[in-house]
Design a protein around this ligand. Sequence first.
Ligand SMILES: [Zn+2]
Ligand SMILES: [Zn+2]
Length: 240
Amino acid sequence: MDIRVDLHTHTIMSSCGIHSALEMISAAKEKGLEAIAVTDHGPLLGGRLPSTFFDRFENPIPGIRLLKGVELNLEHEGTGVDIPPQFIPYCDILILGLHETVPSGKDRTYYTERLLAAIEANSFIDGITHPNSYSYPVDYPVLARAAKAAGVALELNNSKVRYKRVHDSETRALIRACIDSGCPVMVNSDSHTVNELGDLSHILALIQEEGLPEHQIVNRSLGSTLEWLDRRKKFKKETN
Ligand SMILES: [Zn+2]
Ligand SMILES: [Zn+2]
């Protein structure tokens, strides 16, 4: 299975990143990717979102497409997320992940409901990152059915498997929920270093064993990615 677009990467604009956007884009091109989304953390998690990135920085390296995005955080309570509204029109993709900005120690129902409410309230959310987390457990079938209904992609995250942050059985359960619901899926590296780019081998091994149909993966190529983002745009128009 060949995945030529990475929709989840971090640069030095995230406090956990170590490379510039230019270094990440250049490394992605070298590794044969057709496009890379730079999705630094929102400000609630210490991310810096300079307006120059959003309104002035355009495809700096020929032969690879830059997609601009943010990995959003939920506010402590409610459905608010941490993107300055003026940046939304410049973003190609907005993804939301549960991080330490939400209360810890709650149950599956709590985190599932937080995500469902956020998807419902913010039609600009295109995808949910790493739903397979011990810190913020979610009900995969319920989330996957909601994702299917809203055209939102659930992420299968290589780093979680590569660095053994979650047991493979959790990731397999998430993959099976994606298969059963038929929801859009994005397979991403969540790269924080250039050497993590272009390697999805850990998550792809599980995807292949569980038998996720390839057509469910939206970021196989730049073409399939843009087609999905176009469908998302139409969905946003209808719901706004
Ligand atoms: Zn994350
Ligand atoms: Zn991330």
